[in-house]
Design a protein. Structure first.
Length: 172
């Protein structure tokens, strides 16, 4: 592998981001509440790991205002967004104060204490089972304890540094 790194030269941050910008991703608002307080952020770096035990992962920037609250609370809810949530995604993805982020939508409370977005495509209430730090991000491995929603509906996607919608795929 060392010879490959030498042959190729280093991949720059910009090269990496430009390539990742071509990869379409679902958009989620990931939330938590507990002793460290309520917090939430927009995340595309979310994916399924295994169905036994049902586990997904979430990557969160370690120097963001929200990262520490997730680790400390130990639970979270992944709320997958629909096209009507584009403005909400921007609020949870920027420098908007936490109170304003949550005031922009209606929420219920999951068993872990995490806010559940009313109208989300799907909501995954999770216990954080382990955390691995990789570079600038913490990878949160999350055991799914409860699921809400999940019926086929149009999805919000993020690709080419902009939002788009993907029609629901019903049937085969
Ligand atoms: N994984 C992430 O942390 C992540 C993902 C998407 C967007 N963002 C943030 O949202 C803002 C807008 O992003 P954009 O897509 O319009 O343009 P961009 O050029 O910042 O990012 C392009 C793509 O690169 C990846 N990316 C961006 N920042 C990253 C990071 N710090 N670590 C790992 N992957 C990263 C994502 O897949 C993103 O869609 C930026 O501030 C970006 O940092 C962060
Ligand atoms: C479409 C899109 C997608 C993502 C993000 C942004 C946007 C607009 N952000 C950035 C993240 O939401 C932002 O850093 C948080 O809101 C925390 O910001 P504050 O530090 O609270 O301002 C983000 N951050 C992160 O740690 N992991 C991720 O997967 C993503 N994905």
């Amino acid at each position: 592998m060392t010879q490959c790194a030498e042959a190729y030269g280093a991949v720059t941050k910009d090269q990496y981001r430009d390539a990742m910008a071509t990869v379409a991703a679902a958009v989620n608002v990931v939330t938590t509440d507990g002793p460290a307080g309520r917090a939430g952020f927009t995340a595309t770096a979310v994916c399924s790991v295994t169905d036994s035990p049902p586990t997904l992962l979430v990557c969160v920037k370690r120097d963001s205002s929200v990262g520490e609250a997730f680790r400390a609370n130990g639970g979270l809810c992944v709320n997958t967004l629909a096209p009507e949530h584009t403005a909400l995604s921007n609020m949870f993805g920027g420098k908007t104060p936490s109170e304003e982020r949550f005031a922009a939508a209606n929420w219920t409370t999951a068993c872990t204490g995490a806010p559940v977005l009313e109208g989300a495509l799907a909501s995954f209430d999770c216990r954080i089972s382990s955390v691995v730090d990789v570079g600038t991000h913490a990878v949160l491995f999350c055991e799914v304890l409860h699921i809400g929603g999940g019926a086929p509906r149009d999805a919000l996607i993020y690709v080419g540094r902009r939002y788009d919608s993907l029609p629901a795929c019903v049937g085969t």
